[in-house]
Ligand binder design. Structure first.
Ligand code: CTP
Ligand code: CA
Length: 237
């Protein structure tokens, strides 16, 4: 059994994970959403639980993630709901992992009734900015609203562009977010912009940069948790 090979090194560690995509409503039947499957977040949840952690997943829209044994699942829909749940629950977590695909923007107004096609042609959709949940968690830790030992992990999917490669964008995002670890995935045709063969990096606030060679989300999860374990103060696990 592969589970037998996993280290049991997260016993007693409380891990809070966001997973899946948010949906931002336009009216009672329509929303702006994204293609996140939630698979990475649920793979992390499963792996952390197998290593002994007590795991809560706050999940938006997902493909059928299966039913990870011993994991508490909280369902949300919008970025604002996700923000509320994560902010509230982070105070009781040792590790917080933001694997969700959060909509950067939401429609400024939600119609009470279904929007009709009418005969004027389409109206533009006005958007406003959602809270940056990851940044907010780091600010909460800085302000003492959540414990200073809390380990905070972010994800980023990046392509290179004319301003820099995947790794450059990852480093800049880590600095901007202020989290302890950033999992950077190279996506799309980004590799065409750079010379990197790897599909990702694990960047730490201390400056460690570990290449993540291509592998399953399960393998990726155990690499991430190995790194996380080193950041959890002794006595927690
Ligand atoms: N994130 C968040 N709240 C948001 C947007 C993103 O907490 N409103 C989190 C994601 O869950 C992820 C990390 O921030 O862990 C990076 O998300 P990403 O979309 O790459 O970062 P942005 O700051 O939105 O930058 P970009 O302009 O590249 O979209
Ligand atoms: Ca974004």
């Amino acid at each position: 059994d592969r589970a037998d090979a996993l280290p049991y090194d997260l016993a007693g560690v409380r891990v809070l994970i966001s997973a899946g995509g948010t949906r931002e409503p336009l009216d009672p039947v329509r929303y702006l959403g994204n293609h996140s499957s939630g698979k990475q977040g649920f793979a992390l949840a499963r792996a952390a639980a197998q290593r002994g952690a007590s795991v809560t997943v706050v999940a938006g829209s997902t493909a059928d993630p299966g039913d990870p044994a011993g994991v508490q699942i909280v369902r949300i829909s919008t970025a604002q709901e996700l923000s509320e749940e994560m902010t509230k629950r982070a105070a009781d977590a040792d590790v917080v992992i933001m694997a969700a695909a959060v909509a950067d923007f939401r429609p400024i107004a939600v119609a009470d009734a279904k929007i009709k096609k009418g005969d004027q042609g389409p109206a533009p959709i006005e958007l406003t900015t959602n809270p940056d949940i990851l940044r907010g968690l780091v600010d909460a830790r800085d302000d003492g609203r959540i414990p200073s030992e809390t380990v905070i992990v972010g994800f980023a999917a990046e392509t290179g562009d004319e301003t820099g490669g995947v790794l450059d964008h990852g480093r800049a995002k880590l600095a901007r977010k202020g989290c302890d670890l950033l999992v950077v995935n190279a996506v799309g045709d980004g590799k065409a912009f750079g010379t990197e063969d790897n599909t990702g990096w694990l960047l730490s606030a201390k400056g460690d940069e570990t290449a993540l060679p291509f592998g399953s989300k399960t393998l990726m999860s155990s690499r991430i948790l190995d790194e996380v374990r080193q950041l959890v103060p002794d006595g927690r696990g």
